[in-house]
Design a protein around this ligand. Structure first.
Ligand SMILES: Nc1ncnc2c1ncn2[C@@H]1O[C@H](COP(=O)(O)OP(=O)(O)OP(=O)(O)O)[C@@H](O)[C@H]1O
Length: 253
């Protein structure tokens, strides 16, 4: 059975500055299924990050409703939203923001302890996840500045999923990485999604988009394309790439 994890109704976001209003998200009705790896694409300024921030409770919509796993979050105040995010959402950004004065393991634990006070359980989960993303024991006591960009981002993903979020949100997570580091970070997204993690990711990058099973295309604050790509498989790469390219060209990308 398919379960909807996020559903928006007439979601709007308007920014006002100097008396001028900019309607960035316009009456969006979106349903995101649990377990999906959803990609949000669109040209620069189309509202992708604004949408990601609204549905993850990082920012409040101007109008409309957001049902997140059965909870209406659009009316929560800032404190309630902070608690909601801590318990339900994981975040990965282009900038990694690990704490430089803490080891790799402590960076992950610091995030985990906000939700789970059982340190022994947490340490074991942190180590297991670090191993899964290819960060082996000899790196656990390193500091973030001693890691490559790709390694740091893989630690960032572990930190984001240590509390088993209902949805992992990512905004251009490979934007600052070279192509081989990007590949290893994308493999981590693919693997955690295969284990059931719902992911919503904003990107401009075709290689990244190919990892998703659904592509939403945003133009001027409206969803104007919705492509079901199916689950990622390395062997079908050329076929998926062609499907995605055709879709993007129809979208005028
Ligand atoms: N806090 C804000 N205050 C005022 N305007 C904003 C704010 N955040 C975003 N905007 C405006 O909203 C529009 C959409 O921005 P957004 O960052 O969502 O686009 P995007 O599609 O993610 O763009 P990019 O691909 O370049 O990152 C832009 O015109 C931006 O200037």
């Amino acid at each position: 059975m398919v379960n909807t994890i996020i559903k928006t109704e007439k979601l709007c976001k308007t920014f006002s500055s100097g008396g001028i209003q900019q309607h960035v998200l316009k009456n969006l009705d979106i349903s995101i299924e649990q377990g999906d790896f959803t990609i949000i694409m669109g040209s620069s300024g189309s509202g992708k990050s604004t949408l990601l921030y609204a549905i993850s409770g990082m920012d409040k919509p101007t109008l409309g409703e957001i049902d997140f796993a059965g909870k209406e979050i659009s009316q929560l105040n800032n404190d309630q939203l902070a608690i909601f995010r801590r318990n339900n959402c994981g975040f990965v950004f282009q900038q990694i923001y690990l704490l430089d004065n803490m080891s790799v393991l402590d960076n992950v634990l610091a995030s985990g302890l906000l939700v789970n006070k059982n340190k022994r359980e947490l340490v074991s989960k942190a180590k297991e996840l670090l191993i899964q993303v290819g960060i082996t024991e000899n790196s656990w006591s390193k500091f973030p500045t001693q890691l490559s960009g790709g390694e740091a981002q893989r630690v960032g993903i572990v930190r984001a999923i240590i509390n088993s979020p209902k949805v992992l949100f990512a905004d251009e997570p490979t934007g600052a990485l070279n192509s081989s580091s990007s590949g290893s970070v994308l493999d981590v997204f693919t693997n955690v999604n295969r284990e059931g993690q719902s992911i919503i990711l904003v990107t401009h990058d075709i290689k990244t988009a190919l990892r998703g099973n659904r592509i939403l295309y945003l133009r001027d604050g409206v969803i104007c394309g919705d492509l079901k790509l199916g689950a990622y498989s390395e062997s079908e790469d050329a076929n998926r790439r062609e499907k995605l390219r055709t879709f993007l060209s129809e979208m005028g990308w």
